[in-house]
Design a protein around this ligand. Structure first.
Ligand code: SF4
Ligand code: SF4
Length: 386
């Protein structure tokens, strides 16, 4: 199976919000012009992939305005029709207007937005007024038929209120995607908010339990992805797959980076779209070579780990933060990944053994026994039927 090909387009690093733990906002950042989108089309024209997903990310991508998207979306969709482009956007929705929603709806662009739980918890870490502005944009998007899901960032502070946050998503019928507050190379803001690997592991196990208890009532996307990884023995999201060579980001000035988290750091520029670098040129760049060194390091450092096939050492960006940008260790969230992969793998094995015993010895179920909590197999059935 081919790895999905993903190009993140970063129209600007600017953002009108001022979230306390954010590392990806740069006041006064320039905004991408439409000529750069034309260059992206020319750059990718000879790439071998037959599918591509473009994600508009930031900063805040809606700052580019309706006219930018009215021109950018058809340019990409028609110019690269051979690659069957899909689109997505990550936005805080503050700047959503009916005009923008119409353009995005016409190209079926699903939106990922950010809400960290109920108003008080959200605004304590994202800033006063954030919740209401995002919800206003959410309503406009929904009125125009645009699909919106929410990412919830758990910080060292908000994780203390995990029950309340989970209940908020469950009661509103929102799909929950969790994001841990992470340290960054670009900005020291996140440091005090960062979730420790131990807390992250605990949180994932808590969410696994809650997903099973509330099966059918809520989808926790991270849990679905983690179960898929263990079951298929293959990384199904970028953190748990070799992202080098299959993911790139294009910054506002047309520079190409390994992913959005590197945008704005000159030492991680792999080339420029206007020079039309081929996949081999990008791999041969200094930044490309560093990314591939991470892959070699994982083969050595994680060689004995039973999860290596579907974890692949986690995220290379997370791995280089503690060393100031040098490739020297795998993702420090390894403890959290091992904890949740062990939990899913062990539960799955137990369920399989129990099922085999029932089938082999044909014991009828004991009618006096209360039905237990749904297990990982039930979660998988739910995912398949969805
Ligand atoms: S560097 Fe990390 S966040 Fe970026 S694509 Fe790779 S795994 Fe994903
Ligand atoms: S769980 Fe840890 S040791 Fe295992 S593959 Fe992932 S990062 Fe490496």
């Amino acid at each position: 199976m081919k790895n999905p090909f993903h190009v993140m387009l970063i129209p600007t690093l600017g953002c009108p919000a001022r979230c306390s733990y954010c590392w990806s906002s740069e006041p006064g950042s320039p905004v991408m012009d439409i000529e750069t989108i034309g260059e992206v089309v020319e750059w990718l024209r000879d790439f071998p992939q037959d599918r591509v997903t473009f994600t508009f990310h930031g900063g805040e991508p809606l700052l580019a305005g309706a006219d930018f998207y009215r021109r950018a979306l058809p340019l990409l969709a028609e110019g690269l029709a051979r690659m069957n482009p899909d689109f997505a956007m990550q936005t805080n929705l503050w700047l959503m207007t009916p005009e923008l929603a119409e353009v995005l709806a016409a190209y079926h662009v699903p939106l990922g937005s950010s809400i960290d739980g109920p108003l008080e918890i959200n605004d304590r870490q994202r800033g006063k007024g954030y919740f209401d502005r995002t919800m206003r944009g959410y309503r406009i998007a929904r009125e125009h038929g645009v699909r919106v899901s929410f990412i919830c960032t758990f910080t060292s502070e908000s994780v203390k209120h995990r029950e309340e946050i989970f209940r908020f998503f469950l009661d509103h019928g929102y799909t929950l995607k969790l994001h841990p507050a992470l340290p960054s190379l670009r900005n020291a803001n996140p440091e005090p908010w960062t979730l420790s690997p131990e807390d992250y592991g605990d949180l994932l196990v808590y969410l696994l339990d809650e997903s099973l208890t509330n099966l059918g009532g809520i989808e926790v996307m991270n849990i679905s992805d983690l179960v898929k990884c263990v079951f298929t023995r293959r990384g199904t999201v970028c953190t748990f797959a070799d992202c080098m060579g299959t993911t790139f980001a294009v910054g506002p000035d047309g520079s190409v980076y390994p992913c959005y988290r590197f945008v704005g750091m000159p030492e991680w520029v792999m080339g420029r779209v206007s020079d039309r670098p081929s996949p081999d040129d990008l791999a041969a760049s200094d930044a490309g070579q560093r990314m591939y060194r991470f892959r070699e390091l994982v083969d050595q450092s994680c060689g004995e780990c039973r999860h290596i096939r579907y974890c692949r050492g986690g995220c290379p960006y997370n791995a280089i933060v503690p060393t100031g940008g040098k490739i020297g260790a795998v993702d420090p969230y390894c403890t959290a990944y091992k904890r949740i992969f062990d939990e899913i793998g062990d539960r799955l094995n137990r369920e399989m053994e129990e099922r085999c015993a029932v089938e082999q010895f044909a014991f009828p179920p004991d009618p006096r026994k209360k039905p237990g909590k749904p297990g990982i197999m039930s979660l998988m059935q739910q995912m398949i039927s969805r």
